[in-house]
Design a protein around this ligand. Structure first.
Ligand code: NAP
Ligand code: GCO
Length: 259
């Protein structure tokens, strides 16, 4: 029997795969046999990432492309098709967060978060879908969040975007399931990456709060996401569509402890 978790020969585009969660997912896909393409905005991040991939023995291609720029995304997807072939696996991972109390958050702040964390997933998915339809298969994995399900103070834009991304996931699954395209979400819990570094600074009570709220009793690592991300990209998940797989150490299942 062939390995249902193999990604041998597949072309995988991981947006924002320069570091953090995207980098770890791309690394897992390379280990499973995929050809890796990533993009980010900063030349410094792209060059550092290319060196990191090379150090890890991965022949990744890195593009400078802002996922909110429709024309740039269209060009990148055409370039990938010309260089490596059409994208088989898309991970909509690029994202930002702004932690600002809602009464201080401007509409521009809110729009920027929604633009990158939600609208761009539509833009990049729409750009790769014609190639997937032609090939007769495709996997789209949207990086959702615990905040696709629950809210908290200061992150109105992020929570609105990640909630919307959950529903975009279900809609892509609904619209393209008959064409053998699966779209699922991966919902990381609180993971130690540059994005969450301010929450883990010494003296920030959020650090202890997360450890107490998480049944696993710790922050997640990017390695915790590697196996689930491979599952959602591989034939092993061919009848899984429109689901959000939360990888959160149990936090969403937990009512909390009474002191
Ligand atoms: P991160 O460490 O801040 O990395 C974000 C990546 O996205 C970087 O490579 C960044 O590179 C790129 N990026 C940001 N805006 C972009 C844009 N407009 N166009 C292209 N690339 C862009 O974040 P992370 O913690 O790895 O998070 C990755 C994803 O997981 C995000 O969607 C995040 O919301 C989600 N998530 C994170 C956690 C967590 O606890 N860390 C939990 C749940 C979900 P440039 O700056 O060079 O563009
Ligand atoms: C925050 C965090 C979260 C996490 C993650 C949780 O400020 O609450 O940054 O948004 O990054 O998305 O799943």
């Amino acid at each position: 029997m062939t390995n249902p978790f193999s990604l041998e020969g597949k072309v995988a585009l991981v947006t924002g795969g320069a570091y953090g969660i995207g980098y770890a997912i791309a690394k897992a896909y390379a280990q499973a046999g995929a050809k890796i393409v990533f993009n980010c905005r900063s030349p410094k991040h792209r060059d550092q990432a290319l060196a990191d991939y090379q150090r890890d023995g991965i022949a990744a291609k890195g593009y400078l492309c802002d996922v909110t720029d429709e024309a740039a995304v269209t060009q990148m997807v055409a370039d990938i098709a010309a260089d490596l072939g059409p994208v088989d696996i898309l991970v909509n991972n690029a994202g930002i967060i702004k932690r600002i109390p809602m009464l201080d958050m401007t509409a521009a702040d809110f729009r920027q978060v929604v633009d990158i964390d939600l609208n761009a997933a539509f833009i990049v998915s729409r750009a790769v879908l014609p190639g997937m339809l032609k090939k007769g298969h495709g996997k789209i994995i949207n990086i959702c969040s615990m905040l696709s399900e629950v809210g908290r103070e200061t992150v109105a834009g992020y929570t609105a975007a990640k909630g919307g991304l959950k529903m975009l996931t279900k809609n892509i699954a609904s619209e393209f399931g008959a064409q053998n395209i699966q779209c699922n979400g991966l919902g990381p819990g609180y993971i130690a990456t540059p994005q969450t570094a301010p929450l883990r600074e010494p003296g920030n009570p959020f650090d202890a709060f997360i450890k107490v709220r998480t049944p696993a009793g710790r922050w997640g690592t990017v390695e915790d996401l590697m196996g689930p991300a491979v599952f959602l990209a591989s034939d092993a998940s061919n009848f899984v569509n429109g689901q959000i797989l939360y990888v959160d150490g149990g936090i969403l299942a937990y009512l909390g402890r009474q002191d």
